[in-house]
Write a protein that binds this ligand. Sequence first.
Ligand SMILES: [Zn+2]
Length: 376
Amino acid sequence: MAVNKERMLAEFYELVRIKCSTRAEREVVDVVKAKLGALGLTVDEDDIGGKIGGNAGNVIGFLKGNVATAPVLMFSAHLDCVEPCGGINPRLADGVITSGGDTVLGADDKSGVASILEALRIVGEAGLPHGDIQVIFTVAEEGGVNGSKNMDRARLRADFGYVLDSSGAPGRIINAAPGQNSIKAIIRGKTAHAGLAPEEGVNAIVVAGKALAELRQGRIDAETTANVGIIKGGHATNIVPDYVEITSEARSRNAAKLEAQTAHMVETFEKVAAANGARAEVTVKRAYEPYVLAADLPVVALARQAAESIGLAPVFEATGGGSDANFFNTYGVPSAVLGTGMSKVHTTNEFIKENDLYKTAELVVAIITTAAQSKK
Ligand SMILES: [Zn+2]
């Protein structure tokens, strides 16, 4: 059940060379649908593409098992890539795969996609025992996990699953992630001529500045963060600005702390605006929910056992970032995120060690075969 390294590397290269910007995944979706079909899966594409302004939906594959007692597993990775990802020219030197330096590599997340495909190929070729397996390749993960967010949860069939979409060497297992709120504050002041009648105005920029000075943000505690990311407002120096828009976020792995931090931010904008003759309109949107997977859950125990079975030392960690796993967990499919070895993602220095690619595929095979021996 060894990984066919040459084959896997070639497929990884094939996948990263396909341009697949967020909401423009059509080409790569067609390619992976054909690949899953050739591997004996029934393949479907959902209809969220049009709903999110994209040209392709999530790819959902299903492989019937030959062990009826095994839990139904899900493996997932995302198909889109962050810019610049057109014309990726992957290269291998000293065991490390990089781009040509002018684009990202796209190991985020083609390392996940290639590992799942190679693992399914190995399982099929070797006739290994396995339970039912659902494969979900999402679109539009980058910039808001919109593929999984808009997915119909009724399509999920697995007892639990693995999202192959994290940095860290194979064996790194993410078992907790924050939820996130997006907080948008509009400060409304009063406009006036800055030279003729400034006393008639209420400067929304100044009010915003006072509010931001009181706002707790950055690292709040070990599991909570907040950030003011965008501020827009003002027209000219001779006009007292009456409108400022501030977009921020709060994250926490603890739902109560997320609510508390969000409430603090909303109150600060409202209180400071009111105290300065302005008005704040604050809207809060839940981007995604937090999750914490208990150590005794099958999704965690199986990952540990599988990793150890191929000589990896499993490392369990909480992350500060969100992924498709946040939605799969919300939808009732306990899902952990697995490190694939992808490094310096979202930069043109992105790289992955060749061996981590193969080891990740091996880990997926080990999860499948270990699950085949366990009971639902
Ligand atoms: Zn990713």
